[in-house]
Design a protein around this ligand. Structure first.
Ligand SMILES: Cc1ncc(COP(=O)(O)O)c(C=O)c1O
Length: 386
């Protein structure tokens, strides 16, 4: 493995210091939740009570836990599915842990991977670190960042081990539909390969929700986590859903070699949160909707910016309409240092820097509005006058 730090992590808000950013439009998750609020929903509190959904937390035994992960949590993850059962679920250290386990289980040096680009950096970087060859499928602004399954099919070679897609997509917010997932399942079955569907943002689709991709075929592997929709990235709790028993066993072996089992406390908290999902989620959904409407209205009045409207998630990937007339370094410098506003620059996604990832789910509405106004001002001030 050849590890290399990724710009999206080096320059992340948490590494920079949250206190240095007034309007944080660089996040890809919903507002971080506070432990106090969600334990209140559980009626447990740290001390616990009779109404809590599990043992008083202080009594939680900090033993090695189930290697597959908290049983109740795995049940909740597949609740309501006619196809998926808890034994298809492997709890991982965030979706990032799931991606690592999958890449290192399926790829060897010299293997090929078909992967959409732009992308969340880890989806590209771990396969590279392994020494795999990436065949990228470009998602283009002019095509609404839509995935063309025929291009995926055409990129398959005898060395292809898996296809990696994301729904909803980070950074664009583009979504797959039922027909595309069916087509991917057909391709995977026909060519005897796997499809990784990164569904970390699935609960945040704006329209009707598709089932987890793993329901479509044993060759489709779903991954997700509690980080994005619920603002719980600090719990480091994600999962893989895989119906192929042999492959599941390999993923479990990988997990056992990395960290044996997950943290008991995180998994217990994740379980209690999901158990009361219905208390948390409607408010989150309504808030994201309002924030999305703010960005949409702002975007409609823009002469300097354009975007493909996201169809899910809480990020979009706008770009400057006339990048040739903007000093882009100056723009980013003004945006942060004069206006206290931070966005994800295009290079986090191996794209030109006149694209920005705009996260609208994390900041409070006042900060979002201030951040949007800052984008308008910073681009004007960075415009080159000939
Ligand atoms: C598409 C995608 N997958 C996976 C992750 C990893 O998330 P986590 O490990 O916090 O669950 C991210 C984080 O930004 C992401 O955007």
């Amino acid at each position: 493995m050849q590890y290399r730090r990724m710009p999206i992590e080096i320059e992340s808000p948490e590494q920079m210091g949250y206190d240095k950013i007034r309007n944080n439009l660089a996040e890809s998750s919903y507002t971080d939740a506070c432990l106090r609020d969600f334990l209140a929903a559980d009626a447990g509190g740290l001390g616990g009570s009779a109404a809590a959904s599990g043992p008083v937390l202080a009594d939680l035994l900090l033993c090695y836990g189930s290697h597959q992960g908290h049983e109740g949590l795995r049940e909740l993850i597949v609740k309501g599915s006619g196809t998926l059962v808890p034994d298809h679920v492997l709890i991982t250290m965030g979706a990032a842990g799931a991606l690592f386990i999958i890449a290192t289980s399926l790829l060897e040096k010299g293997d090929e991977l078909i992967v959409v680009h732009p992308n969340y950096a880890t989806n590209l970087e771990t396969p590279r670190a392994i020494g795999a060859t990436l065949r990228t499928i470009e998602l283009r602004f002019e095509e609404g960042f839509a995935l063309d399954i025929e291009k995926v099919r055409a990129a398959i070679t005898p060395k292809t081990r898996y296809i990696s897609v994301t729904h909803p997509h980070n950074p664009t917010g583009a979504c797959l539909d039922d027909a595309q997932l069916r087509a991917l399942a057909n391709v995977a079955e026909e060519k005897q390969l796997y499809v990784l569907v990164d569904e970390t943002y699935r609960d945040m689709v704006f329209g009707p929700q598709l089932p987890p991709a793993a329901e479509y075929s044993p060759r489709l592997i779903s991954i997700s986590s509690l980080s994005k929709t619920y603002g719980l990235p600090g719990l480091r709790t994600g999962w893989i859903i895989c119906r192929d028993a042999r492959l599941y066993e390999t993923f479990l072996a990988a997990k056992e070699q990395i960290h044996i089992c997950g943290p008991m406390l995180d998994e217990e908290l994740a379980y209690r949160y999901l158990l009361h999902r219905d208390k948390h989620f409607p408010g989150i959904r309504a808030d994201i909707k309002e924030k999305f409407a703010l960005v949409k209205t702002w975007m409609e009045g823009q002469e300097d910016w354009e975007w493909v409207e996201p169809r899910g998630g809480c990020v979009g990937f706008p770009r400057m309409r006339r990048p040739e007339s903007v000093d882009i370094d100056k723009f980013h410098e003004l945006l942060l240092n004069k206006y206290g506003t931070y966005v994800g620059p295009g290079h986090w996604f191996e794209m030109p820097r006149h694209y920005i990832r705009l996260g609208f789910g994390w900041p409070a509405k006042a900060q979002l509005q201030e951040g949007l106004a800052a984008l308008t001002m910073a681009i004007r001030e960075a415009t080159i006058v000939y």
